[in-house]
Design a binder for this molecule. Structure first.
Ligand code: CAA
Length: 388
């Protein structure tokens, strides 16, 4: 029986629907993702057929409304699925997270009817994935400093610049690109554009050789005089930075759920291993040194889960979730790093080799403290909200 400590109490029991999502995601992770996860990590490749399968099963467009072909599920369902998939394969879950939280949700919340019809339906069908392009060589945390330009040419924008560390960089067919149109207006001059991959002047550059989430494709993207039709702008002129911030608020809930899943996956492995592995004539779970670790791991995971669920519930209730999302990501990512490090320790020498999975989970955990805003950025976001 996998570890599945659910929140108990009036407000925290999972509904039957949520339990069904959990079961489906766990089933997919165990039966489709687990077998090749070490190989994919080694080879830094994610089989496109597996992405399509995730799409067919609805994991790539969970919150998209049924009228566009999505699952019409709530954020809680999404984080429950993210946790289960991240327990096994964080490369799969980052593909899922970017597509669900940033691309699909961004288009659904702020796109025009025509944009939703043209792009969201294709994303929801699972036949293509999207990418979100904000980071640049000189604009990571400092996201207002966009050097990529979208010059207003009348009925189109002329896009020039370079984007870095783009998840789904190669596998995506459309990209949401953040670029500066009116430098004199600062962040209020930034636009968000839907850019099709086959546009002239769009080049997929170098693939990153990463520490973790190695199977997900992370690339540099280059734009050289790419013509983007005006109707592909999301929102009003100058809405691009606000758009990026709003989708990242929701994205942080997804990454918090990823971190939670990585931690929970490492914990489940440690719990099992500690009952099988014997030292000094008894299972290591009989030693207090190991019991203390297991107890602390489970406690931190449970606390992280409550923060993640709370942020998801606030979003589903239409309430302000900016602070809750940043808190969930800040805490869950630290828990993921700590728990996976302890999991390697529980496994001893076996923890240091690939076969036992925890070393990969430890490498995967680190990125959750970095992307969609570093831990330091989460603290800034939380403090901004506290001091409002
Ligand atoms: N939600 C909504 N609006 C926000 C916001 C938030 N969390 N944070 C800032 N804003 C708004 C502000 O209200 C302000 O708008 P107004 O001028 O209309 O009032 C505007 O943005 C600028 O805010 P600041 O003056 O505070 O800007 P700043 O430069 O001092 O700080 C920041 C902004 C919070 C640090 C922001 O730059 C940020 O979040 N940086 C991190 C970027 C990030 O997360 N990158 C991740 C890349 S994507 C990724 O990782 C995807 C992947 O591959 C997995």
């Amino acid at each position: 029986m996998p570890y599945n400590a659910q929140l108990t109490g009036m407000d925290f029991n999972l509904s039957e629907e949520h339990e069904a999502v959990q079961f489906a995601a766990r089933d997919f992770a165990q039966n489709e993702l687990l077998a090749g996860v070490i190989e994919r990590d080694n080879e830094q490749k994610f089989d496109p057929a597996l992405i399509r399968k995730m799409g067919d099963l609805g994991f790539l467009s969970m919150m998209v409304l049924p009228q566009y072909g999505g699952g019409g599920m709530d954020t809680l369902s999404y984080v429950i699925a993210m946790e289960e998939i991240s327990k096994i394969d964080a490369s799969a879950s980052v593909i899922m997270s970017v597509n669900n939280s940033l691309v699909c949700w961004g288009l659904q919340a702020y796109g025009t009817d025509a944009q939703k019809e043209k792009y969201l339906t294709r994303l929801a069908s699972g036949k293509m994935v999207g990418a979100f392009c904000l980071s640049e060589p000189e604009a990571g945390s400092d996201a207002t400093s966009q050097h990529t330009t979208a010059e207003d040419m009348g009925d189109y924008y002329l896009l020039n610049g370079t984007k870095n560390w783009i998840t789904n960089g190669n596998s995506s067919e459309i990209c949401l690109v953040i670029a500066q149109t009116h430098p004199d207006r600062g962040h209020k001059g930034i636009n968000a554009l839907i850019v099709e991959k086959n546009s002239a002047g769009f080049t997929v550059g170098r693939k990153e050789d990463k520490m973790g989430i190695r199977a997900s494709d992370t690339h540099t993207l280059m734009f050289s005089d790419v013509k983007v039709p005006k109707e592909n702008r999301i929102g009003e002129d100058g809405f691009g930075f606000k758009f990026a911030m709003m989708v990242l608020n929701g994205g942080r809930i997804g990454i918090a759920a990823q971190a939670l899943g990585i931690a929970a996956g490492a914990f489940e492995l440690s719990l099992k291993y500690s009952q099988e592995r014997k030292t000094f004539g008894k299972p290591i779970s009989n030693h207090q040194a190991i019991q203390f670790k297991l107890a602390e791991m489970a406690t931190k995971i449970e606390a992280a889960r409550m923060l993640v669920y709370k942020a998801a519930r606030l979003k589903d209730q239409g309430k302000d979730y900016i602070k809750a999302a940043a808190m969930a990501k800040l805490y869950a990512s630290d828990v993921a790093m700590w728990v996976t490090t302890e999991a390697v320790q529980v496994h001893g020498g076996y923890g240091y080799v690939k076969e036992f999975h925890v070393e990969r989970l430890m490498r995967d955990a680190k990125i959750t403290q970095i992307y969609e805003g570093t831990s330091e950025i989460q603290k800034l976001v939380i403090a901004r909200e506290l001091l409002k």
